[in-house]
Design a protein around this ligand. Structure first.
Ligand code: FHF
Ligand code: ZN
Length: 190
């Protein structure tokens, strides 16, 4: 099983690389890897197993975080109807997104970051994604809310981006402008 010892931490060069596209359908090796990644999330969310192995509870994991520079991610959390959602995505991408942005009130954390980094991490509020699943089937989904945020955090790992790269360094708590608040030029200025 995967434990925290398998997770590489910030400073490791693999976290800054662009991960490689994965061949679809998956080789049995890549399929097993995704299954092992999902098993880590299950274990990390089980209070007894997490305590026993000192796992940090995680809702997502990207292959580069275990030192494997491949475009594969897993997510496990509940949706807005409180239903359990488990996704394993290969070569995931965002095909379209809202202009509106959102962020987690409490900020983000990362299994590869052993410190608190506070600040607003702006994310698209709604995304349409394409990916392949474990069986090599193409999946198209629309995500919103926490699921959309987790997906974008995982996709960033495939592109060498850490969540704190997206925090405004001069004003970490600056709220992103909603699109409906684009500032209009005063008509009296004409
Ligand atoms: C987490 N944990 O899973 C964080 C870290 C926004 O790339 O968010 O680094 F367990 C993946 C309910 C709510 C229950 C939150 C994406 C965060 C992804 C993993 N935990 C949670 C929960 C959590 C990272 N990661 C703090 C470990
Ligand atoms: Zn992370």
């Amino acid at each position: 099983m995967l434990t925290m010892d398998d997770i590489i931490r910030e400073g490791h060069p693999t976290l800054r690389k662009t991960a490689e596209e994965v061949e679809v359908p998956l080789t049995s090796e890549n399929k097993q890897l995704l299954e092992k990644m999902m098993e880590f999330l299950v274990h990390s969310q089980d209070p007894e197993i997490a305590e026993q192995y000192k796992l940090r509870p995680g809702v997502g994991l990207a292959a580069p975080q275990i030192g494997i520079s491949k475009r594969m991610v897993v997510m496990r959390t509940t949706d807005q109807q409180d239903e359990l959602v488990e996704y394993a995505f290969v070569n995931p991408r965002i095909v379209s997104h809202s202009a509106e942005t959102t962020y987690l009130e409490s900020g983000e954390g990362c299994l590869s970051v052993d410190r608190e980094v506070s600040g607003i991490v702006p994310r698209y509020a709604r995304i349409k994604i394409e990916a392949y699943d474990l069986n090599g089937n193409k999946v198209v989904k629309r995500l919103r809310g926490f699921l959309a945020i987790v997906f974008q955090h995982e996709l960033d790992h495939l592109n060498g981006i850490m969540f704190y790269d997206r925090i405004d360094e001069n004003d970490p708590f600056k709220k992103p402008l909603p699109p409906q608040e684009v500032i209009k030029r005063n008509e009296l200025d004409e």
